[in-house]
Design a protein. Sequence first.
Length: 351
Amino acid sequence: MTKLEQTLQQIKPLDEEVMEKTQARLDDLTKPVGSLGMLENIAKQIAGITGSVVPELPKKAAILMAGDHGIVKEGVAPFPQEVTPQMVLNFVNGGAAMSVLARHENAKLYVVDIGVASDLPDVPNIIKRKVAYGTKNMAEGPAMTYEEATQAVEVGIDIAEMVIREGAGIIAIGEMGIGNTSPSSAIIATYSNLPVKNVVGRGTGVDDEKLKIKIAAIEKALTVNKPNPKNPLDVLSKVGGFEIAGLTGVILACAANRVPVIIDGFISGAAAVIAKEMSPLAVNYMLGSHLSEEPGHKIILDFLGIKPILMMNMRLGEGTGAALAMNVIDASLKILKEMSTFSEAGVSNKL
Ligand SMILES: Cc1cc2ncn([C@H]3O[C@H](COP(=O)(O)O)[C@@H](O)[C@H]3O)c2cc1C
Ligand SMILES: O=C(O)c1cccnc1
C-alpha cells in the first residue's frame, strides 16, 4: 500500500460519544445554552477530533508550502515569478506577514520548498523537498505528471507527520506561489461546475484586461486537460500545483492523526477541496479560518460545508487567516475548560 492509501485508510469519523459529553458540559456552563455560538462548536469539534472531552490547549504550528506555476507564462499574475523564492527567504527571515502572525500566535512556522522554480540558498529553516522546478504550463498540457502529484501529496503527509511528532496539536496551512490563484480557480471550476468567470478573482490584483487573459488561460487549461472530477489526483496533476498538492497531504495526515487543521484562504481551500474528494471524512478535521476577499472562496467553503471564523477583508494567503483564527480557537478551548458550571458558581439555571 502507498503512503497516501495508508493515510486515507487511517481517517476515521469523529468521536461522537466524546462530543456528546462535551456538549453536556457546554450546556452546563454559566450561560444560556448555545449563547457562545461558534466558540462552542469549535470546542466540541476539537473534542471530537482529539477524543478528549475537555482538550488541553494544543501546541501550535503552521506549515507553509511554496511552489511555482508554468501558467504564469500566459500573463495571469501581476507579480514576477522570482517573488516566490524571495518571499520564501522573507518567511524564514521573519519579515513576511505570516512570519509576524505566526509569532503573534506562538505557532512554529515550517516553510517548505516543494516546487519553487529556482534553487533556494542553503539557509537554515527552509525545508527542501522539491518535487520539480515548478509546474508545466497547464494551458498547454498537464501541470504535473500523475506520479509528481502523488509524490507532492506524500511530501505533505511526511511534513505533517514530522510536525505532529515534534508535538504540534493543531496545524494552520498556508502557501506561497506566484500565479497559484489560477490553478486554484481551475480546481474550483471543476468541482463546482460553475463557469471560470464565476469562480475566478483578481488574485494579487490583475487589472480588467489581465483578468480576461487569466479567465481565458484557465478555460484553456480545462479544455486542453479535461480533468476528471471523479479522480482527484487526475484533477490535481492536470490543473493543480505542487504547494496545493502538498497542502492536500498535510490535511489528510492531520485527519489521519486526529489533529485539527486550520484552512486559510482561496488556495488552501482548493487543497481542502481535493482532500475532501479523496476522503469526505477529512472535512470533519478542518476548521475554517476566515472568508477571503477572493470571490471564489465562498464557493469553496460552501462546497466543503465549513464556516469561516473571521471576516477581515484579507486576501493574502500564506496562512495569515489561519494563524489569526488560532486566537479564537484557543479562546474556545479556554471557555470549555475554565468556565464554571451553574452548580459550581451557585448560579440559578433556567426555570
Ligand atoms: C509580495 C507577495 C506576497 C505574497 N504572499 C502571498 N501571496 C499570494 O499571492 C499569490 C497568488 O496570487 P496570484 O495568482 O495573483 O499570483 C500567492 O503567492 C499567494 O500566496 C503573495 C503575493 C505577493 C506578490
Ligand atoms: O485567499 C487567498 O488565499 C488569496 C487571495 C488572493 C491572493 N492570494 C491568496
